[in-house]
Design a protein around this ligand. Structure first.
Ligand code: DX5
Ligand code: ZN
Length: 218
């Protein structure tokens, strides 16, 4: 079985020291950097945009997994592609034509993801499955770090695995991940786990990444 990939969300990092934080999590064994972009409209919070992403691009060689919680998204995709993103994920729940946004992301030779909120019917993913590289299954309502993992997510991971069938799509789970829930996510079929507060609020980033990877399941 392939090794589970851990994607720390820099939303919980110390922004006054962001370059070092990114180097520290890379040294601690992170596989991917997860970057949460929020617009104050699609979600009730505002974070950062392409200018910040560009400024940290040369701090690590790890892939940048850019999670766009923004609506509209289409008109900003070029900026997010050009600032150094490797994977660009848009939400299924935005009001725009998803197919066009997927095509635009691919036109920049970037990997493309679709994120699905906890209350959205997983069948809505079906029309896009042949065109995407990853699904982000939200295990909290998007907008803020530090929320509790929604337990129903485990069944949703199983179900989404089922509809993906043998397609080569990463299954990323995002929100409330810690070592207590990670093993169940992995068993259900997750291939990437995002974690913000459970890594950055810990004194040892290395230990917390290791714990999430292994899962203490208690
Ligand atoms: C939620 C974000 C998540 C979140 C992860 O809207 O998409 O990436 O910041 O943080 P924790 O792990 O603290 O839930
Ligand atoms: Zn996220």
């Amino acid at each position: 079985m392939e090794k589970i990939k851990i994607a720390p969300s820099i939303l919980s990092a110390d922004f006054s020291n962001l370059a070092d934080e990114i180097r520290f999590i890379e040294q601690a064994g992170a596989d991917i950097i997860h970057i949460d972009v929020m617009d104050g409209h699609f979600v009730n919070n505002i974070t950062f945009g392409p200018v910040l992403i560009k400024s940290i691009r040369d701090k690590t060689d790890l892939p940048f997994d850019v999670h766009l919680m923004i609506d509209p998204a289409y008109k900003f995709i070029k900026d997010f592609a050009e600032c150094g993103s490797d994977i660009i994920t848009i939400h299924l729940e935005i009001d725009e034509k998803i197919h066009e946004s997927i095509a635009l992301i691919k036109s920049f030779q970037k990997k493309v993801g679709l994120a699905i909120n906890p209350d959205t019917d997983i069948k809505e993913l079906i029309p896009y499955l042949d065109r995407i590289d990853q699904i982000i299954i939200m295990s909290v309502y998007p907008g803020f770090a530090g929320q509790a993992f929604i337990k129903d997510t485990i069944d949703r991971i199983h179900a989404i695995r089922g509809i993906i069938s043998n397609r080569n799509i990463e299954v990323e789970v995002d929100g409330g991940i810690n070592s207590k829930v990670s093993a169940d996510c992995i068993d259900a079929g997750a291939t990437i786990l995002v974690a913000g507060s459970s890594i950055f609020n810990n004194n040892s980033y290395k230990q917390s990444i290791m714990n999430i990877r292994q899962g203490s399941n208690n």
